[in-house]
Design a protein around this ligand. Structure first.
Ligand code: NAP
Length: 266
């Protein structure tokens, strides 16, 4: 467990999408554990208030706002971060967007929008970080906040789930190609329904997870170098069902979707 070693514990961690929800909870968690954090998202005022809260609790937080849509902007962003903070030791790639819409209601031309934020940007950051750490012979950790919808159909969020599945698969290949030889941890955290601004227009019979619960899962992935984590027993069970019994799971989902799947508020 190299992440727990005292010198690494104090090293700098980047959290994207840190202005609210899972990202803000994750930034607070790493700061509580003694890590200085770099907070990024598009909107600066919300980042400033998360940074102020971390500082008020004795932590260290830097704010670097950026539009992380697409690989070009993301690459420029991370190069700028590394110029200012070459000692960056970990990145939580959490910024994401979800566009609601049934498969046939959406124009396929719009599918790229979610991929720009959920796939191309985090992959560009991971790519640049891996090269940086390999050049400098440093260890490092990349943890992507993906989604259980990458493994299980979530009606109304087909393209969102597809963008997260693409993210997972690229990171698995990245892990295979470079990670063990270069001491780089690549973790994938897959939350289920979590109560944040992203899901504020959905309603559900079952309660969602708290962002703090997902932040704990991200922390464990970093601290214990866990490769893949599905947050919550219910989500683990559903993902396992779909993996091993896809036809049966599909039927069960058709029957239970109106009760179990969060839907758009009327
Ligand atoms: P959220 O409350 O909507 O927060 C999203 C964060 O991403 C915000 O900080 C937002 O900041 C940032 N962001 C979005 N687009 C951006 C862009 N173009 N450039 C820079 N930052 C951008 O969502 P959340 O629920 O905490 O979600 C966090 C992650 O968890 C996402 O990757 C999401 O897909 C994943 N997830 C969420 C759930 C859930 O049920 N909530 C479930 C599974 C996975 P700005 O608005 O300032 O850009």
């Amino acid at each position: 467990m190299i992440r727990s070693s005292p010198d690494l514990k104090k090293r700098l961690v980047l959290v994207t999408g840190a202005s609210r929800g899972i990202g803000a909870a994750t930034a607070r968690k790493f700061a509580q554990q003694g890590h200085p954090v770099i907070l990024t998202a598009y909107g600066k005022p919300a980042l400033d208030s998360v940074a102020a809260e971390i500082k008020a609790n004795g932590g260290t937080a830097h704010v670097i706002p950026a539009d992380l849509s697409g690989s070009k902007k993301a690459k420029e962003f991370i190069q700028n971060v590394l110029r200012r903070h070459p000692d960056l030791c970990a990145a939580v790639l959490n910024a994401g967007v979800a566009v609601e819409g049934a498969f046939t209601d959406r124009d396929p031309e719009s599918f790229l929008d979610e991929f720009q934020v959920n796939y191309f940007a985090p992959i560009a950051i991971a790519h640049e970080l891996a090269l940086h750490w390999m050049r400098n012979k440093n260890s490092g950790s990349i943890i992507a906040v993906s989604s259980v919808t990458s493994t299980v159909p979530f009606p109304g969020h087909a393209n969102y789930g597809a963008s997260k599945a693409a993210l997972n698969q690229m990171l698995r290949n990245m892990r295979f190609e470079i990670a063990s030889a270069n001491n780089i941890h690549v973790g994938i955290v897959m939350p289920g329904y979590t109560e944040t601004a992203m899901t504020a227009n959905l309603e559900s019979v079952l309660p969602g997870s708290a962002p703090e619960f997902i932040a704990e899962t991200v922390w464990d992935s970093f601290n214990q170098e866990i490769l893949e984590s599905i947050a919550g027993l219910d989500n683990k069970l559903v993902a396992g069902m779909f993996r091993f019994f896809p036809a049966l799971s599909d039927k069960l989902l058709q029957l239970s979707a109106s009760v179990l799947v969060p839907r758009k508020k009327k």
